[in-house]
Design a protein around this ligand. Structure first.
Ligand SMILES: Nc1nc2c(ncn2[C@@H]2O[C@H](COP(=O)(O)OP(=O)(O)OP(=O)(O)O)[C@@H](O)[C@H]2O)c(=O)[nH]1
Ligand SMILES: [Zn+2]
Length: 357
């Protein structure tokens, strides 16, 4: 019996491969293509890929709009790689860092017609590897042993909900702001980041629990950045749970609303150029919010909680939990002080993302 990796295992390998600059093979019916992340593509690897066939780029519609490329494929655009262009040109398409210095990348000719599911899967893979959402796609007929391959299209978008998570450890941690807590570590089967649950006191399972789903923010939570409200929200939530005597805080490793810390810093760099938090995400090729809140719902259920009093200003979080089987009996606002660095950010969250601030 050959040992065949599961889809979760293949996904974990594919993310690692893309991050180090290796292409993966994706098959969709009769079509097979090599897919590589542009962010990590070296000139030497590009030359190898060119020897396999005619490459094209797949970008999200968000990035294509910034580049003024035509979008014929709904949520993505495909651009052929011209023979006289190379790694620098590709990098310019993927990475907005050079947009101001070099605004004219085109004219850019977009491809039309034909199947686009391999491209869509490739972009989803690059996003889940926390790379820039832009991939090089090379249709091929060769059998390429040694590369990670998907023999059918990976249904990445629906995977997170189904991914199993194992509790790997739990132990008591006394907290300055909340008293006794128990920290649980959960590890997803598909190699994604671990998530944490902090149980404060001994919350009853048969009553709505005071809960917070907190997305990781290295800059705010750890460094005390004044650019956002994350650190004060984290501390205030813990303090309220301590005062309440019980609660549960999920610390979800979805840094930068799911785009990863490197991309969040790219977004900050665009914000330094004057774009707001939403525009910066779009210029990078991301949606405003790439988080998958199903993970939070799954974790709450796993901990035995079916109903929550949710500490949040974000109505989407309430909606997503309810959609995924967790009753939100009350939304408890979590308002923290403004300062001159975060006030614009909070205004945009209220205006464009519907936060109740
Ligand atoms: N992409 C991006 N992410 C940011 C930026 N500023 C903060 N973040 C991230 O935004 C997320 C905020 O998470 P939360 O505080 O849990 O969620 P929220 O949507 O603000 O809703 P609340 O429950 O009301 O706080 C964290 O993952 C931060 O890292 C930014 O300018 N760009
Ligand atoms: Zn933050």
């Amino acid at each position: 019996m050959p040992l065949i990796p599961t889809l979760s295992e293949t996904l974990a390998r594919a993310r690692a491969d893309l991050r180090v600059g290796l292409p993966v093979v994706i098959r969709d019916g009769e079509q097979t293509a090599l897919v590589a992340a542009i962010e990590t593509l070296s000139p030497a690897r590009l030359a190898e890929l060119r020897a396999q066939g005619a490459p094209h780029v797949a970008l999200t519609a968000r990035r294509a709009e910034t580049l003024k490329a035509r979008v014929y494929d709904g949520d993505l655009a495909r651009l052929p790689l011209p023979p006289d262009q190379g790694a620098d040109w590709l990098r310019g398409l993927a990475d907005p860092a050079g947009d101001l210095a070099n605004p004219m990348k085109g004219p850019l000719f977009a491809m039309r017609g034909g199947a686009t599911d391999i491209e869509r899967a490739g972009i989803a893979l690059a996003k889940s590897a926390h790379l820039l959402p832009a991939v090089l796609v090379v249709p091929t007929t060769q059998d390429l042993p040694g590369l990670t391959r998907f023999d059918a299209l990976p249904a990445i978008a629906s995977l997170a909900a189904e991914t199993a998570m194992a509790e790997v450890a739990a132990a008591r941690v006394p907290l300055a702001l909340a008293g006794q807590s128990r920290l649980h570590i959960y590890r997803p089967d598909d190699g994604e980041a671990e998530h944490y649950a902090v149980e404060i006191g001994q919350p009853a399972r048969d009553k709505p629990v005071l809960a917070r789903l907190h997305s990781a923010c290295f800059t705010g939570d750890v460094l005390g950045s004044l650019k956002c409200d994350c650190g004060p929200q984290l501390h205030e939530a813990l303090r309220m749970m301590g005062e309440n005597g019980a609660g549960v805080l999920l610390y979800l490793n979805q840094e930068g609303r799911g785009i990863g810390l490197a991309n969040k810093m790219r977004a900050y760099s665009l914000q330094d150029q004057g774009y707001d938090t939403v525009e910066a995400n779009h210029r990078l090729g991301f949606e405003d919010d790439e988080r998958d809140f199903r993970i939070g719902a799954a974790l709450l259920r796993r901990l035995g909680f079916g109903q929550v009093r949710l500490l949040t200003n974000n109505p989407r979080k309430v909606q997503m939990l309810e959609n995924h089987g967790i009753g939100v009996t009350e939304r408890v606002p979590l308002i923290t002080p403004r300062n001159r660095f975060n006030t614009g950010y909070l205004d945009i969250k209220a205006e464009k993302s519907g936060h109740l601030l």
